[in-house]
Design a protein around this ligand. Structure first.
Ligand SMILES: [Fe+2]
Length: 326
């Protein structure tokens, strides 16, 4: 394999992928698509539908979570503002903004498919997270396969077992149904049972499906790439858990939570029908309001008082397989 993206892959990683938290090496922090000028151009090219700008609190402070939009600043100025603030910029689906990032995504999965025969994915998207020193992503989990690639700065990922009390079946089902992660419970003592992965530029992390996690930046600007993907098994999990949630919430039943067996196909049909009917879309939260604009006036103001939600949703790509037919 000429110039592989994964530079520390061992044969055992093919068996471990998706089953335990992994930290692997890559060289994308040296790739031209992740240079500061390239990132600045990407920011300037991103329409509002392709980014989330979030102001967050410092660790150990009352939680703050406000969504804003980029004002008149250049891409370079936006990065400088993030470097000196408490802000996340999540560039969503960068493969849509610039096809070169999509080509990179294809290259990564082409390599993974070569290393893991039978590994077949769809609905793949990549995003780029640019975040302030000491910024954090609060406790949450994702409903698609995830990888996190560190490009600049360093961060610590805390990973928790995807089982009660860290994640209950009801919470999993509710998040799938309502795309609303505010109900996820987190206690500080959970950290005693977490696995910590330190990410430096050139490290990437991958972990089992639905594993709850939270992330703390070190005291420096952080740039990461996130990749989200589905496999048939991940899609089955999404459909079955979504259907179980519907049966529990709407019909007050106690569903069997097996991910195999004859009921799986019936549940897949239940969930697919609910998604097609628009039922799920209507039940999900409306888009959060924009409450600040990142421009010269914002930078001149003192930081606002922390307020808002008790456990904010994470900065993540919003995944949905409601219309998946693949
Ligand atoms: Fe996540």
């Amino acid at each position: 394999m000429a110039n592989p993206i994964f530079t520390s892959w061992k044969p055992e990683h093919s068996a471990l992928w998706g089953n335990v938290p992994l930290r692997l090496k890559h060289w994308l922090h040296q790739h031209e698509l992740f240079s500061r000028p390239a990132l600045a151009r990407l920011i300037e090219a991103a329409p509002k539908s392709n980014y989330m700008l979030i102001e967050t609190g410092r660790p150990n402070e009352r939680k703050l979570w406000r969504e804003g939009e980029i004002g008149s600043l250049s891409g370079t100025e936006v990065i400088e503002a993030i470097d000196s603030g408490r802000i996340w910029l999540n560039l969503l689906r960068v493969n849509e903004i610039d096809p070169r990032y999509g080509a990179l995504l294809d290259e990564i999965f082409g390599e993974l498919e070569g290393r893991m025969p039978g590994f077949s994915t769809f609905k793949r998207i990549n995003g780029i997270l640019i975040s302030s020193p000491r910024a954090q992503v609060y406790y949450h989990f994702d409903t698609a396969g995830q990888t996190l690639w560190q490009i600049a700065g360093s961060k610590r990922v805390y990973l928790y077992p995807p089982t009660p009390p860290f994640l209950t079946p009801e919470t999993l089902e509710n998040v799938i149904l309502y795309n609303n992660e505010t109900g996820i419970k987190y206690e500080e003592w959970y950290d005693d049972y977490a696995k910590c992965i330190e990410l430096q530029p050139g490290d990437m992390a991958q972990w089992p499906l639905n594993m709850p996690h939270r992330i703390e930046n070190a005291d420096e600007l952080s740039v990461s790439m996130t990749i989200e993907y589905f496999t048939k098994d991940i899609r089955r999990s999404l459909f079955v858990n979504g259907a179980n949630g519907l049966l529990r919430e709407k019909l007050k039943l106690s569903p069997n939570r097996n991910l195999s067996g004859s009921a799986v196909w019936a549940k897949t049909a239940v969930y697919a029908a609910a998604a097609k009917s628009g039922l799920l879309t209507r039940q999900r939260n409306k888009r959060r309001p924009i409450t600040f604009k990142l421009d010269a006036a914002f930078l001149a103001k003192p930081a606002p008082l922390a307020s808002a939600r008790s456990n904010p949703a994470p900065v993540a790509q919003v995944s949905s397989l409601d219309n998946a037919t693949t």
